[in-house]
Design a protein around this ligand. Sequence first.
Ligand code: 8X3
Length: 245
Amino acid sequence: MKTAFITGVTSGIGEACTRQFIADGWRVIGTGRRVDRLKALADELGDAFTPIALDMVDRAAVIECAKGLPPIDLLINNAGYATAAVPLQEADLDPILGMIETNVVGLVILTRTLLPNLIATRGAIIDLSSVAATYPYRGGCNYAGTKAYVHQFTLGLRCDLQGTGVRVTSIEPGMVETEFTLVRSGGDQAASDALYGGMEPMTAEDISNTIHWVATLPPHLNINVVELMPVNQSWGGFAVHRPEA
Ligand code: 8X3
């Protein structure tokens, strides 16, 4: 039986991956901040699921939770979020720094700590980046910056791991209707509904299907990057400011 270690399993893509890999006969060790949701998942999924209460900003806890684990075949670095889409000149620093700590620092610490385990199993790492890594938009510079870091970290890690057999992939979704926008808007359900309304966003299951496909390919095959969007989302083009004469 193979084992996946997945961060951020209490909702959205992480939860969908947990369900999909367990349905496919894997064991999942899943982390999350919300203990009540971890417990509900554990009650529902039984022995195949091992919950770990973890906040990715707690550096010591991230290191500790990655020690003494059974062989890990797959690490899915899913935990992450976006702060409000506010131009930097109007934004508070603390939320931004917290996001960087979760999306980047926690991910690096966890990956570094789990690497000996993953090298021993000739396992795989799947990192959740975003289309924001490539296409900038107003109010997104720090979120996009964290996801650009994840993209480049993933590609560079492939170089570092050459010869180990470990596969590394960056998954880069556009609009997925999860709690992502609810978090970004500070819990504003109407804002979330308005964003996704009438445009048929991707679902968490769309992304977990992609992740599962990548993870179950033959071991000689590495998917480097997968960028995916709903059909109804594309790009906005350049913005031009024309000061009045
Ligand atoms: C978020 C992607 O398109 O919802 O990672 O801003 S999008």
